[in-house]
Design a protein around this ligand. Structure first.
Ligand SMILES: [Fe+2]
Length: 380
């Protein structure tokens, strides 16, 4: 194999919105109804709650309850629940719950969008809430006034004691991270694929007050993927709490959970592997968001990400635009697995034919999507 030419070692350009090349289209931002304050929990349907619980415990979550066909899991933070599963026929993602600042904000959305009121006992931690259904049929819960839980133990981070040339911070002491599941501190983000990127982006920005942090565009300049953060004003928010990627189906891609440091990521990897769980991708570092990551499959093949050391931005940080290509997903680490690229199985072909026939996808856009998703790093 030939040695990579130095010119192939390139990073994608990133343009601030105020200095966009003329062919790149801005992602329009609607006037939001409210500003969501946090991603609270995700909702799933699962055929085997015991197997799901066993995976999530090895993944580093704590069981709150498993009874009456419902599984509630939490992290070590103060949220009463970060993962909720109902016993059901099949494994599927149902939707996400975000918090808003007050019941007054719930009332605004309820009035303007015809949302349904939730009974307090439906909501882990109680309080008030409303249920909306997004254009793809997934649930969006907005909730307020939940009881906070007492935090659970989380070891201190090890990186303040990292030794570097010229900077010795650990003398007469060793690094011995405990061999235990990577304690999940909190839920970080959820990523969805959609056939209607523009419509779904508009809908979620309007109902959650999301800010586009990084927008990725196709070769024709049209936005096709966006990392959204919460609008917390001057308080730093994660680079993304919600991600939408334009594609050929409505699909949960993955959800991500923050752990304390790189050693937790590595030791947690060992625990998951020792207990027979299926690894997907990692350890590596992302480009957009900068997180150190490690991806795992749950017992039904749904993707779950451990991460640490992600970027945070306040509301004034400018939106940036980056070309969409596979090579932009990771800065270093193992090659991106083929399952994240374009699939050529019969099911995929049928999905594409249906989209083309219904006019929801054009052949020109399909070609652009295919090119973006099959362009790995030049040296791979
Ligand atoms: Fe992620």
């Amino acid at each position: 194999m030939s040695h990579p030419n130095k010119s192939t070692l390139r990073s994608a350009p990133a343009y601030p919105e105020s200095a966009l090349p003329p062919f790149v289209q801005k992602l329009g931002r609607p006037i939001p109804l409210v500003q969501a304050q946090s991603l609270a929990f995700l909702m799933f349907e699962k055929p085997d709650l015991a197997a799901t619980e066993a995976f999530l415990v090895d993944f580093g979550m704590h069981t709150v309850a498993r009874d009456q066909g419902r599984l509630l899991m939490r992290g070590s933070g103060r949220e009463a629940c970060i993962y909720l599963a109902h016993q059901g026929e099949r494994s599927r993602y149902l939707g996400a719950a975000f918090t808003v600042a007050s019941e007054a904000e719930l009332a605004i959305v309820e009035k303007l969008s015809g949302a349904r009121r939730l009974a307090p006992q439906q909501i882990p931690g109680g309080g008030a809430g409303i249920e909306l259904v997004d254009p793809a049929g997934k649930l969006l819960w907005l909730i307020a006034g939940q009881a906070r839980a007492a935090p659970l133990p989380l070891r201190p981070p090890l990186h303040p004691f990292t030794n570097s040339p010229g900077m010795l911070r650990r003398v007469n002491a060793t690094v011995r991270p405990p061999l235990e599941p990577a304690t999940v501190a909190r839920l970080g983000h959820v990523v969805m694929q959609t056939t209607d990127f523009a419509g779904m982006a508009e809908w979620y920005m309007r109902h959650l007050g999301l800010i586009p942090t990084d927008v990725q565009y196709l070769e024709d300049g049209s936005p096709n993927l966006c990392f959204f953060r919460l609008d917390l004003g001057g308080t730093p928010a994660d680079h993304h709490s919600f991600v939408l990627a334009g594609g050929i189906e409505e699909k949960y891609e993955h959800s991500a959970y923050e752990v304390i440091d790189l050693d937790a990521l590595g030791q947690g990897h060992n625990v998951l592997r020792a207990n027979g769980h299926r690894h997907m991708w990692g350890i590596g570092r992302h480009v957009l968001g900068s997180q150190l990551f490690d991806y795992w499959y749950d017992p039904d093949g749904m993707e779950f990400e451990h991460y640490t050391d992600g970027d945070v931005f306040t509301a004034e940080h400018e939106t940036h635009y980056v070309p969409l290509e596979m090579s932009g997903i990771w800065a270093w680490g193992d090659d991106v697995p083929p399952s994240m690229g374009v699939k050529r199985d019969l099911g995929t072909i049928f999905k594409i034919i249906r989209l083309l026939r219904s006019g929801r996808l054009s052949t020109a856009r399909l070609k652009l999507l295919g090119r973006a998703m099959t362009r790995p790093r030049p040296w791979l």
